[in-house]
Each structure stands twice: as structure tokens, then as C-alpha cells.
Design a protein around this ligand. Sequence first.
Ligand code: PLP
Length: 389
Amino acid sequence: MQELIKKGQKFLMNTYGRLPIVLDKGKGNLAQDVQGKQYLDFLGGIAVNGLGHCNPQMVAKIEQQAQKIIHCSNYFWTVEQIELAQMLVELSCGDKAFFANSGAEANEGAMKLARIWAEKNFGKGKNKILTLQGSFHGRTLATLTATGQDNFHKYFSPLLQGVDYVECDLQKAKAKMTDDVCAILLEPVQGEGGVNVLPADFMQELQKLCRKRNILLICDEVQSGIGRTGKFFAYEHSQIEPDIITCAKALGGGLPIGAILAKDSVAAAFSPGDHGSTFGGNPFVCGVAKEIVSVIADEDFLKSVSRTGGYFRQKLREIKGDKFKEIRGLGLMIGAELHEPKAKEIMKKCAEAGLFFCTCGDSTLRFLPALNTSVHDVDKAIAILEKIV
Ligand code: PLP
């Protein structure tokens, strides 16, 4: 394994703080390294492997779709893209979809859509985008700018113009919602920022303010969407209707795809040539995503995500010795904040002991297992974690 890692260090850019593990195979919640050691995977490819590794239904669909059509460009319509758009529209408050290849790309497109909507409806000058402090929206220059955490900005100036940050505080947000603002972009549950669930009353009041001031509310559901929180989209917990929703990660179950969903009145701002993507929405990925969405959108499936998540949070609370300051989250998007900044150390030791998860900041452990995780697997994860913490 060391030889392979050395080779990786020679040929790959040094952008990730990787664990010293070379993965080779996966099945359900189990990942296996090149030496045959197995790990319980509660990182799930960072909320991507919604149905676990190599889900048989997904694999069968991949094989079938690969025999049919893989790519043809957006010069043409395809059944797969049209039908996936219909499914997502019917599962959301959006009316129209656009397909991209990642979460950052979906957010970047949503920011463009907000600006073109504002200029076409209100003239030039209404182009500022507000985002929340502690947010994470991606790594492209625009979405990095939108990310409300200074540590991600270092070295990359000048950032995009026309972005400002607000605290998750209604009065403070209100003060910044001036005539030049076209949109507020937020994650209903902040992922990278610490698994912070935004309060429903904040979301509801913010939406009212947005409507009054002709500001679009954009929900970044890249991490929280596609069943992760026990609802298909996390904004549903707050009974609001965002004007634009972005999603990615679990939508492709491991294949790259992102989507923008928007109300008709907003989507109407785009005309041919205003936005596009070579790969975005190709029939291969859309065909597979359709299969994944049809499994996850099932009401009983979503209820089981809530139930397993509740069980997991309860088990974390029951770990003896007051190890956690707070357990946060919804469904299977769970954060466990430690009293001390030892998240990375614990994450590494757990990985060695056979359990994967990730961290946010220095103090929070973050769990994003497959959405079909059993309580039996939760018990196994808790047993490893209990030993290490
Ligand atoms: N938005 C949120 C909320 C995310 O969690 C992420 C990735 O972690 C992104 C955007 C960026 O997605 P991607 O890495 O697919 O570009």
C-alpha cells in the first residue's frame, strides 16, 4: 500500500489530506482496501453513495444504460434527461431543471440565473448575492466567494464581485437586504460548516422578506438533498418554497451530476446561449440518476432514513462519559461536536479501527452513511466509536 501511496504523491496534485488507505472495492456500507481490510463506511463518499457501494439495482441500470446511449450533447433532447427533470420537478417546488456535473457547478449556474433574472426584470444594478457565514458552496471561484468561511478564500483574491455575507440572524439579514440584492443563497442544513440545521422560523421569515423585496431564495441542497435528512429536500422541514434549489452528490449515487431546479418565473430568464454544459445531463448519468431517485423518493424509504438517523443520534448521546458537547442533524446527516478540537485525531484513529466518517472544523465528527444503512450497522459504528473516543 505504501508503494501505491508514494506513486500517488508523485503523480497527483497535493490538494487533499488523504488517509493512508488505498481503496479497491465496495459493497453496501463496506469498503475494502487493496490489502483486503474492510471498513464500515459512514462517510459515504461525502454524502454521495446514497444507496451504498455498488448497489445491485444501480449497477444493473449502469450496465443497461451503457448498452443504450451514453452521451450525445445538448444539441438533442433525450428521454433520460426529460424524465429525470420531470421526476425532480414533481418532487420539489421547482418547475424546470438544468443539469450540470457537480454541486459547485449547480450553484454557479444558480447564481448566474439569479443575476439574469434580476437584470431582465428590474434592470442593471440588482446583482448582489448574500450568503451565510459558515456556509460552503463549492471550490470554483464564484462558489468559493459565496462560501462564507475566510479560510477557504486565502490565496485566491480577487474573488467575485457582488457577494456579501450575513449571520444567521433575521434582523442582521434584513439590514443587508437592500435594493441591489438579487438573491440569498443558503444551505438548509450547513454541512461543511458543522451540520447546523437552520431554524424553520428563520427560513420562513427570511422567505417572507425575500418576497417583499424581490430577492430570490436559493437553497443549496447539494449535501442535504436527495433524501439525506429524511425528506427528499431539506427545505421541506421548514415548509418554505425556495425560488431555486441546487442539488448534486447523492443524485448520481457516485456518477457526477448536479441540478438546478427553479420556479417557472425565474427559469424563464434563461434563453439559449445564456448557460450550458457539454457533459451536463447526458443520458448515461440521467438514466442512472432516475433509478436512484425512484428508490430514494419512496415514502417508506424516507421514513426509514429519519428512523435510522434518530436511532443513530440517540446511540451517540448514550455513549458514556459525556464525550460530546452537542449532537446535531436531521436524518442521516449527523454532526457530533466534541468538547475539544480532536475531531481529526479521532477520525484517523476510527479509520484505522475500521470506521470511516469525516469532520467539520476541528471539533465536529460528521456522519453521512448510505441512506439504506441498517440499525445493525449503526450499532457496529457506535461500538468502534465508543472504544476510540
Ligand atoms: N454545496 C454544498 C452544500 C456542499 O456540501 C458541497 C460539497 O461538499 C458543494 C456545494 C460543492 O459540491 P461539489 O464538490 O460537487 O462541487
